[in-house]
Ligand binder design. Structure first.
Ligand SMILES: NC(=O)c1ccc[n+]([C@@H]2O[C@H](COP(=O)([O-])OP(=O)(O)OC[C@H]3O[C@@H](n4cnc5c(N)ncnc54)[C@H](OP(=O)(O)O)[C@@H]3O)[C@@H](O)[C@H]2O)c1
Length: 217
């Protein structure tokens, strides 16, 4: 199966959802765009040259083979719990960074230091749904500004335990204007989440090309 045989949906129309939507449209990728505020989804879709179809979250879950959950970690947990068995057979992409602002105003992890949201969400999915960690390693601003970089594409890392799901997401990363680099299985999710060593805002601290990325793995 290739990405052209699948229906892709973005759930969430905030910073990441709207920027991914713009990048996909620029890459010629058609997709469903779902938000709890359907008017916001319609408004964004209307700017994307017919590449996006605004739908409800329920319809996106029904129709999509590949779902990007462009929502916060807690909302992803809620959606996975709510839609449960309806996710069987689907590829679920998790861009979440499990962080929240503390009393000091700085962001802190909301899960254990050694835990990753990718692994936690994967464990919540029903058997037969496959999770890929992707699209959360760059800030929303960078996601827009570093897309389609010339002469060498910037990298987006991804992690998954499932090769075929990973191949689909690699295609989507290309449609997003980036070069895909797999960091490994879901046990490596933590490396590409906030505070991970390969996160733009972590030790890596910048956008990298494939040769640079490969030296860090
Ligand atoms: N922002 C970044 O720079 C960045 C970078 C990397 C990864 N991420 C990750 O990407 C994810 C999305 O971040 P974001 O910055 O795009 O957040 P955001 O701008 O706050 O957007 C969140 C989206 O989730 C929707 N939402 C909230 N609660 C919901 C619910 N109960 N059911 C359905 N939809 C709900 C919101 O809908 P409404 O508009 O109706 O509230 C909105 O469309 C997060 O997990 C974050 O950690 C963000």
């Amino acid at each position: 199966m290739t990405i052209s045989d699948t229906t892709v949906a973005i759930v969430g129309t905030g910073n990441i959802g709207s920027r991914l939507a713009a990048n996909f449209a620029a890459g010629g990728q058609d997709f469903l765009l779902a938000g709890r505020d359907q008017e916001a989804a319609r408004k964004i879709a209307s700017t994307l040259d017919d590449h996006a179809e605004a739908v409800s979250i329920d319809e996106a879950i029904e129709r999509a083979d590949v779902l990007v959950l462009a929502v916060w970690f807690d909302t992803s947990k809620q959606l996975i719990t709510e839609y449960g068995e309806r996710l069987v057979g689907k590829v679920v992409i998790d861009p979440s960074n499990p962080v929240a602002p503390g009393d000091d105003g700085a962001f802190h992890k909301v899960i254990g230091d050694q835990e990753s949201s990718g692994q936690i969400l994967a464990n919540l999915l029903p058997t037969g749904a496959r999770l890929v960690k992707a699209f959360g390693t760059l800030s929303a601003d960078t996601l827009s500004t570093a897309a389609w970089r010339e002469p060498e594409r910037a990298v987006q890392f991804y992690a998954t335990d499932d090769d075929s799901a990973g191949d689909l997401v690699a295609e989507l990363i290309r449609a997003d204007g980036y070069e895909p680099v797999r960091v490994g299985g879901l046990d490596k999710s933590i490396r590409i989440e906030a505070f991970g060593d390969l996160h733009e805002l972590g030790a890596l601290g910048r956008v990298v090309t494939r040769p640079e990325a490969l030296t860090t793995l």
